[in-house]
Design a binder for this molecule. Structure first.
Ligand SMILES: N[C@@H](CCC(=O)N[C@@H](CS)C(=O)NCC(=O)O)C(=O)O
Length: 215
């Protein structure tokens, strides 16, 4: 049995999981979960993930894993090469901090269900929703640009190889640019990382527009 990834082309958490799978050189079966049709809240998907969120990864042993960061850690533990974290404990903590700045502090505030709630319960239109999203993206990107200045330099977040920080950051950049037309050149290091990703086969393979359910 192969790995099976339940995911959606444009979802940032799906995108980050696909990048990790591609960096590890792992093949998987791609099962689309159509978020715009609320397929993530249907019984068959809820049986895989009671949270009703993508991604979910079914392992070769038939276990279902949820939460992208837990899935990526599992991949790192079961397929250590190439590593997604540096060896030095302080560097590992710094890389994880950048990854978490995206995964815990930016991404959840721009998630579909949050934006749907803003529209429905707080009567926000497209402009209001975009302003909300950009508020948290810019706040996070500004801080990450400074966190990166503390590191060994590019072209990736933490030196010459992609790490967990890039796995999380690149999809967030994609979302900001494609959905809200953010000019990423405003963030010098983020623009450099985005360029490195555009030229890297694993990041290319994981790109939203390359997925079977993309439109
Ligand atoms: N912390 C979770 C978040 C998962 C998540 O928010 N997934 C989004 C797509 S990026 C989703 O399924 N949204 C559906 C919805 O909001 O109804 C993870 O990292 O896996």
């Amino acid at each position: 049995m192969m790995l099976t990834l339940y995911n959606y082309w444009r979802s940032g958490t799906s995108h980050r999981t696909r990048i990790a799978l591609a960096l590890k050189g792992l093949d998987y079966t791609y099962v689309p979960v159509e978020l715009t049709a609320a397929a993530q809240r249907e019984a068959d998907f809820l049986a895989r993930n009671p949270q009703g969120l993508v991604p979910a990864l079914e392992t070769e042993d038939g276990e279902t894993l949820t939460q992208s960061m837990a899935i990526i850690e599992w991949l790192e533990e079961t397929h250590p090469e190439p590593p997604l974290l540096p060896k030095d404990p302080v560097a590992r903590a710094k890389v994880r901090a950048i990854a978490n700045a995206v995964a815990c502090d930016i991404h959840p505030l721009g998630n579909l269900r949050v934006l749907q709630y803003l529209r429905k319960e707080y009567a926000q239109d497209d402009a209001g929703v975009a302003e909300w999203s950009m508020r948290w993206i810019k706040d996070g990107f500004g801080a990450i640009e400074q966190m990166l200045a503390d590191g060994p330099g590019g072209p990736w977040c933490w030196g010459k190889e992609p790490t967990l920080a890039d796995v999380c950051l690149v999809p967030q950049i994609y979302a900001a640019v494609s959905r809200y037309a953010l000019d990423i050149r405003y963030y010098r290091r983020l623009a450099e990382i985005d360029m490195a990703a555009a030229a890297h086969p694993a990041f290319q393979a994981a790109h939203p527009t390359r997925q079977p359910d993309a439109r």
